[in-house]
Design a protein around this ligand. Sequence first.
Ligand code: AMP
Length: 180
Amino acid sequence: MNSDERAAIADEVRRTVRDIPDFPKPGILFRDITPVLANPSLFGKVMVAIASPFERQGITHVVSIESRGFILGAPVALELRAAFVPVRKPGRLPSATVREDYTLEYGTDALEMHADALRGAKGVLVVDDVLATGGTAAATCRLVERAGGKVFACAFMIELAALGGRARLAGTRADSLITY
Ligand code: AMP
């Protein structure tokens, strides 16, 4: 996919994402991706746009974060013929896990991944829908390292630049289709 095609898809995504003020709490402008998912032609193009920079880059595993990350990560993994690895909230994964705690605006949260999920991994791509403060993606990168993998890059559909998430991923390549 060339840069003009990518820019056209980004424009269509920008026109299609729905902004919901004050969700889930006052002061948050929620970027609702469900209208993109409801448009199969656009959804398909978004998948290719997210995956195409990573073709022939040796990506063996795509790691995604529940739950909206799964919606994008699974088709991107198939597109790249890579293994799909889910990262989940504590207590959801059935086998032995590795865990990372991370801070939120108020309080802390944690994420888990199966400890053996990256066995044989060469290149790992982390995929999520939105890069906001970067706390979730940074914790996921630490999980990948903890499980013995190496993050090649992180890829997002949407980046909220004002929240500075990119800085929290310092040293890791971060691609986003559209930036607000
Ligand atoms: P963060 O850890 O702050 O980068 O937050 C990332 C996660 O929060 C992503 O998985 C998003 O699904 C979600 N998120 C944060 N802010 C927004 C927003 N304004 N609109 C939609 N999703 C958001």
